[in-house]
Design a protein around this ligand. Structure first.
Ligand code: PEP
Ligand code: MN
Length: 272
């Protein structure tokens, strides 16, 4: 007999619903997370948090530990960045999500955030997966740049096996021969994952496209395909964003995105 993986529908039929201070992920309500790629300064973060909250976002995102391609690029503010997020959380009531890159920082990040993000580049960092598997905080697990569906789910299994049952899977685009976008957003994987697993699935069309003009259309498509939520890069002045400015929406564009996904959500029996 084949093994019943904890992620599988055979192991658990009903959808996993993750409750974070009353905000539920994996229910009929679509949950949106928004904020800059990297935490930069308190005034931009507060302005972003207040605005995205008004537009309907439930989580503030922002990296304090940044996985940058070049070692000479800005690497993130570290704990100072986490403190900025915590202040925005206190002032707006938004829950926060931020990435951890190293096992030695899990305890630190855990102290400040509501959801711990494991980035695409660390999807198969098995020590990190085991370490966040022992955390009490929910995990946002991003798909690796060239990970198959099976590899993605096995990474979730590493976390589940350690006892942490609260995992949100995130499709964020994969590497293909396509050169007009940064990555290729694999919408196929949304219904495919839903069939295999009870875990909630969200989509990151910012990294999935790398292009501001494609973020809103692909958000609509993701919701239509059955995603439980979105994570979107937003900054008050994208030109000034330290990283990923070409895929970052301004506050007004984000407000418009929220308006445009609403009827799509309703068309597929969901709401915002
Ligand atoms: C991010 O969310 O800013 C990020 C670095 O994402 P990914 O790990 O998907 O590249
Ligand atoms: Mn980014």
């Amino acid at each position: 007999m084949s093994k019943k993986y904890i992620y599988s529908r055979e192991y658990k039929k009903s959808n996993t619903i993750i409750n974070i201070n009353g905000v539920k992920i994996g229910e009929k309500r679509i949950v949106v997370m928004a904020g800059p790629c990297a935490v930069d300064n308190i005034s931009y973060i507060l302005e972003t948090a207040k605005s995205v909250k008004k537009s309907g976002a439930k989580f503030l995102r922002g990296g304090a530990f940044k996985p940058r391609t070049s070692p000479y690029s800005f690497q993130g503010l570290g704990e100072a960045g986490l403190k900025i997020l915590a202040r925005a959380r206190k002032e707006t009531g938004l829950a926060v999500v931020s990435e951890v890159m190293d096992t030695k920082d899990v305890k630190l990040v855990e102290k400040y955030v509501d959801i711990i993000q494991v980035g695409a580049r660390n999807m198969q960092n098995f020590q990190l997966l085991k370490s966040v598997g022992r955390s009490k905080k929910p995990i946002l697990l991003k798909r690796g740049l060239s990970a198959t569906l099976k590899e993605f789910l096995m990474s979730a299994e590493y976390i589940l096996k350690e006892g942490n049952k609260n995992i949100i899977l995130c499709e964020r685009g994969i590497r293909t021969f396509v050169e007009y976008t940064r990555n290729t957003l694999d919408l196929n994987i949304i219904p495919a994952l839903k069939k295999e697993t009870h875990l909630p699935v969200i989509v990151d069309p910012s990294h999935g496209t790398g292009r501001t003009d494609l973020v809103t259309p692909m958000s609509r498509a993701a919701i239509a395909a059955g995603a439980d939520g979105l994570i979107i890069e937003v900054h008050p002045n994208p030109e000034k964003a330290i990283s990923d400015k070409d895929q970052t929406l301004n506050l007004k564009q984000f407000g418009q995105l929220m308006k445009e996904i609403k009827p799509v959500a309703e068309a597929v029996g969901r709401y915002l």
